[in-house]
Structures are given as C-alpha cells and as structure tokens.
Design a protein around this ligand. Structure first.
Ligand SMILES: Cc1cc2nc3c(=O)[nH]c(=O)nc-3n(C[C@H](O)[C@H](O)[C@H](O)COP(=O)(O)O)c2cc1C
Length: 227
C-alpha cells in the first residue's frame, strides 16, 4: 500500500495482445530450449558491451527487500584465469578423488565431468557471481554497520537465471560451474568478507565440434500441476 513517506511512480507497462503474448512465449521458449551447458569453449572474443548488458539485466532481477545482494566479477585477464583454473582444479581433484559420495559421483556420471576445468582458460570471460551474505553500510561517524540481507540465495539464484537467459539470447554459451568448496574465489579475486562465491559462469562461443551429454528434460506434465 502506498504511503506518503516513501515515493511511488506510475508503473511503466505496455499491454500486449493475446496473440503477441502467445507468439513471444513460444519464441522465447524455443530459443531457451536450445540452451545447453557448454564445457568446450572457443577463445573467440565476446562482442563489446554484451556482458555489460547481460549483467545489467541480471542486476534488474527481483530481490528480497530490493537489497540486490550480488556482485558480478568479470575475469578476462589470462593470468588471472589461469590462477583460477589452477585453484579450482586443485579443489576439484580432491573432491572427485575423496570428498564426493558414491551417490554424487553416480549422479554426475552421465555428464562425463572430472577434475579438469579447461573452460577457465579457454572461455574468453569468466563471470564469478558473489552473494552478499550481509550488507555493509558506512556510518557518518566513521566505521561501518552490518545490514541484514533477506533471501540472499533465492535472490542471487533468480539473478543468475536472468543472466543465463540474457547471455543465451545474445547468442553466447555458458556453463554454470560450482566448484566445491568455493572459498578460493573470494581470495583469488580479492573480494570482501561479506561476499561468498555463488557460481562461476564461463561465457563465450562453443568450440567447433563441441559435444554435450545426451540428456533430456522432464516433460511438462511431470512438472506442471494445475489445481
Ligand atoms: C546450481 C548448478 C550447479 C552446477 N554445477 C556444475 C558444476 O560444478 N560443473 C559442471 O560441469 N556443471 C554444473 N552444472 C551444470 C549442470 O550439470 C547442467 O545444467 C545439467 O546437467 C543440465 O544440462 P544443461 O544445462 O545442458 O541443460 C550446474 C548447474 C546448476 C544449475
């Protein structure tokens, strides 16, 4: 409910015809259905401005109490990408050898993944998404105050969904990579204590001849329930 204390503005909204709604929903669905997680990247550069637009789109996502608890770090420096790869592969080597349960390894088997993470150095850009576990507000008298953030993971998950959709629409391929554990990312990228790595997204064009696992999606009737 609007109050006098906080300003409101008219909603900017364009009404679509039912036919246009249907057409757009279908077109978007079809273009998103061609999205796959790509693990073999070409080093070709990404056109200037595309990452900025995609990240601006992600940063426009809804978030708990509009706290926008995210930071997107874009890594293109080859030396830094190599450093990330080295640190990620050290963790993943340990995970695949010792930390992952049999059940986990079984679930991953159809994807054909292992500890090698060449996408860190092959993809032209790596977006590392951080969640801001709490906010940090500078105080007028000096020092800072911790600000509680609400629904951080839900909010960042939605923003990453926007990001993947925007990059897909721009004709780029992504992988959603969650090296485990991810603590090294904050360290290598010099991020502050209130930030925790959420996901790593290599972005670029698929390498010529790139292959993906032959896996499918559940049919709509299994996931859509009407009451
Ligand atoms: C939260 C999340 C974490 C993921 N972590 C990894 C990962 O660490 N390594 C990897 O190769 N793929 C990872 N993936 C990609 C999934 O394996 C992939 O989305 C799934 O197999 C379906 O394939 P598709 O994206 O091509 O439809 C992750 C995906 C999500 C959503």
């Amino acid at each position: 409910m609007a109050s006098n204390e906080y300003p409101f503005v008219p909603l900017r909204w364009t009404r679509m015809s039912p036919a246009e709604s249907l057409e757009r929903a279908k077109t978007f669905r079809e273009s998103m259905a061609s999205r796959r997680s790509v693990r073999d990247f070409s080093p070709e550069p990404i056109p200037d401005g595309v990452l900025e637009d995609a990240i601006a789109c992600a940063a426009g996502a809804p978030s708990g109490a509009n706290q926008q608890p995210w930071t997107f770090v874009v890594v293109t420096d080859p030396a830094l990408k190599a450093k990330l790869r080295e640190a990620a592969e050290a963790e993943e080597r340990e995970s695949y050898a010792r930390r992952m349960s049999e059940e986990w390894l079984e679930a991953l088997a159809p994807l054909g993944t292992d500890w090698h993470k060449p996408h860190f150095t092959d993809a032209p850009a790596i977006i590392v998404v951080f969640e801001q576990v709490y906010g940090v507000k500078p105080l007028p008298e000096g020092g800072v105050k911790k600000v509680k953030h609400y629904y951080v993971q839900e909010s960042v998950g939605i923003a990453v969904g926007f990001l993947i959709a925007a990059l897909t629409q721009a004709g780029l391929a992504t992988l959603t990579h969650t090296p485990s554990p991810m603590g090294f990312l904050r360290e290598v990228l010099g991020r502050p204590e209130n930030e925790r790595a959420f996901a790593v997204l290599p972005v670029g064009y698929p390498a010529p001849g790139a292959r993906v696992p032959d896996i499918g999606k559940k049919p709509l009737h299994e996931v859509l329930v009407r009451r």
